[in-house]
Design a protein around this ligand. Structure first.
Ligand code: ATP
Ligand code: LTN
Length: 334
């Protein structure tokens, strides 16, 4: 707890251009939860270097991502929006937690298996211990809740296991975090292959809607979206492409699956796809406009970066000092 509020932590990597999946699965929920919780939203640049990055590009993407958090509606005066690399406690706690995590546990992580298959020439130790750094992010702020997409649930589980293991030895040090999965948008699938999640690292640009896509591009991508030959808009496992479009439409309009089925009863996929595309444009356009304005205000963004890093550091140190004491490191002499 901070004051009378529970704590929320979440983060996103500054790799690739953000997609509609990132927005509906993560960012949109962050905004919804931001009044209720004391929130820490990090640009997790330390995680990004588990895959080789061009330095200038990483720096520029990280700043864009931080700006996007604000453009999406997170108030940086109330929410702590900061770069992970600006708070050294993340790495320090990660090291300690590494010593409380088993190789066998990390070996089971599907993201590690996927990423090492994808980057076979660079299967580094950081990629392997990635979930430990993520656990450190969350536990450092004693987070009660962590809004993520479904693909991150396994990492949340391991975070809880590490925290429970640590608490069992040293007493109640860490709050055990709960995942928060939004109702709709928990897993947005690729527009070209509804068996795969929409991902910012997909090589096929038609598979993903990027947050900065212009309206024409968005409409074109939805027109090309893979569906089926059944010809009716119905929420059914046998129609994964349509289900995905319904999830997107539902997340953008707030309509339920039953309402959507009724709205498109007797209409073709063409009409439905147009409506989905328009609903996405109307959600993304205001965000894009705010992003453009914010990007111009360098001094304002710099101020946010400085103040919030200090705030994050203050809270992180409270946990870190406690953990260091618990494991038996000598006290600092002042
Ligand atoms: P990459 O393709 O590079 O692995 P990604 O698109 O999966 O990236 P992340 O940075 O791993 O993006 O995810 C940021 C947040 O967005 C996470 O909370 C994740 O669960 C969520 N997210 C990512 N893709 C989707 C998706 N298709 N549907 C819903 N949520 C998603
Ligand atoms: N692993 C996450 C990003 C991430 C994160 C976190 C999410 C790093 N640390 C802490 C929630 C809480 C991802 O790839 N989406």
């Amino acid at each position: 707890m901070i004051g009378d509020k529970k704590v929320l932590f979440s983060g996103m990597q500054a790799t690739g251009n953000l997609t509609l999946g990132n927005y509906l699965g993560a960012l949109q929920n962050w905004v919804k939860l931001s009044d209720e919780y004391e929130c820490f939203y990090s640009v997790v640049d330390l995680h990004s270097i588990t895959v080789r990055q061009d330095p200038a590009e990483l720096r520029s993407r990280a700043r864009k991502l931080l700006t996007l958090y604000i453009a999406a509606g997170l108030d940086p005066e109330k929410n702590c929006i900061y770069y992970q690399s600006h708070v050294s406690g993340h790495c320090e706690l990660a090291w300690i937690l590494n010593c409380f995590t088993y190789m066998g546990e990390l070996n089971r992580m599907t993201q590690f298996k996927d990423k090492s298959a994808k980057h076979a020439d660079n299967i580094n130790a950081g990629l392997f211990t990635y979930p430990v750094l993520m656990a450190a992010d969350i536990l450092l702020y004693q987070a009660d809740v962590v809004p993520v997409g479904k693909d991150q649930l396994q990492h949340l589980e391991i975070t809880r296991d590490i925290a429970q293991r640590f608490n069992a030895i040293y007493g109640d040090v860490f709050t055990i975090p709960e995942p928060y999965l939004g109702k709709s948008g928990a897993k947005i699938m690729s527009l070209q292959d509804p068996a795969k999640k929409m991902s910012k690292s997909d090589e096929n640009v038609n598979a993903s809607i990027y947050l900065m896509d212009d309206p024409d591009t968005i409409m074109r991508k939805f027109k090309r979206a893979v569906t089926d030959s059944e010809g009716c808009v119905r929420y059914s496992e046998s129609q994964p492409g349509i289900m995905n479009l319904m999830d997107i439409y539902s997340a953008c309009t707030g309509k339920s699956a039953a309402e959507i089925e009724k709205e498109f009863d007797g209409k073709g996929y063409g009409d439905f796809k147009m409506a989905v595309g328009e609903s996405v444009v109307s959600v993304l356009k205001p965000l894009q406009d705010r992003f453009e304005d914010l990007q111009k205000d360098k001094a304002y963004i710099d101020g946010i970066i400085k103040n919030n890093a200090e705030k994050a550091e203050y809270y992180s140190l409270k946990t870190l000092r406690k953990v260091q004491k618990k494991v038996g490191f000598p006290e600092r002499i002042r």
